[in-house]
Ligand binder design. Structure first.
Ligand SMILES: [Zn+2]
Length: 298
């Protein structure tokens, strides 16, 4: 698989001179399977530049967009995704539904003529929707497993497997602790129950789903110091993310979805602190802090 990051930021886009190195766009990751087929994780503001690049070729575009959840930083770029405006293209949007609201409606509502001048139904490309819960489906010739993670509303993590390689994408996920569970006031009771009823450490629910993957792209919104003031907001700090990667035995971890207050220097410092922790704990996976424009293949 070939991976390219187009947006690595959480919550809101953060353009400006202090974020030029890691980038200011919100979540969007491009993945090409080894057969060339295109799968996009999340449609944050980064998807605009990806769409522009895809449009340069003038070839017909067939792609899946896997949405983790419909918070702004994961869908806001979609109305600016140029391939959606071109007849002959086919885009399949995959994602969770909210209680009583269909996936199609979740995406369409941000383009309802009040928030955006072009309605979803006016787009020229063929747009399909596949709502998911905890499922396993075929995406092109790859296998896609979806699972709920600990983030307000129904939020999915994805495991994509193709020709013995696997990538896990979890943009937003908070450590689940039974001691602080009462603070998860925005969580979906059905999702919280899944964690609560998991034997032993409830976080193993997610660890078991990412076990042995080649690449893990995981929420690393906060420093541990920031996290203590943000329990229940649905995000991880980097020490937790490192521990998840180590326990799951992944080969490569990409820190992802940085808090808007973390500028380039702050992220450099996080990488330094992560390397120190990895040495201390004898973690052996490869570490990278996802950076807009970064590409790699595995
Ligand atoms: Zn987010």
């Amino acid at each position: 698989m070939k991976v390219k990051f187009w947006g690595v930021r959480g919550s809101i886009a953060t353009p400006g001179k202090f974020t030029v190195r890691y980038g200011g766009n919100t979540s969007c990751t491009e993945v090409h399977l080894d057969d060339g087929n295109l799968i996009i994780f999340d449609a944050g503001t980064g998807i605009r530049d990806l769409g522009n690049k895809l449009s340069e070729s003038n070839k017909r575009i067939r792609a899946y967009i896997l949405i983790t959840h419909p918070h702004w930083d994961h869908i806001q770029g979609f109305p600016f995704f140029r391939p959606a405006f071109v007849e002959g293209n086919e885009i399949t949007i995959v994602g969770p539904e909210a209680r009583g609201v269909s996936l199609a409606k979740l995406i369409a509502e941000q383009m309802n003529k009040v928030y955006f001048p072009v309605k979803l139904s006016e787009l020229q490309a063929k747009i399909n929707f596949i709502p998911l819960k905890e499922d396993s489906i075929k995406v092109f010739d790859a296998k896609l497993d979806s699972f709920f993670v600990n983030h307000p509303g129904f939020t999915l993590g994805y495991r994509l497997s193709f020709r013995k390689k696997s990538l896990v994408y979890i943009s937003d996920n908070e450590p689940y602790s039974r001691e602080t569970a009462r603070l998860f006031t925005n969580g979906e009771p059905d999702v919280l129950k899944l964690f609560e009823s998991y034997g032993g450490d409830p976080n193993n629910r997610v660890v078991d789903l990412i076990r042995g993957s080649d690449v893990l792209i995981h929420d690393s919104t906060y420093t541990p110091e920031q996290y203590s003031d943000h329990i229940g907001w649905g995000h991880s700090h980097y020490l937790y993310t490192l521990r998840m990667a180590a326990e799951a035995g992944v080969k490569k971890l990409c820190l992802f979805h940085y808090d808007p207050v973390l500028d380039d220097d702050a992220i450099d410092e996080i990488v330094k602190r992560c390397k120190k922790e990895m040495k201390k704990m004898k973690y052996t996976f490869e570490l990278s802090a996802a950076r807009e424009g970064e590409e790699f293949q595995f």
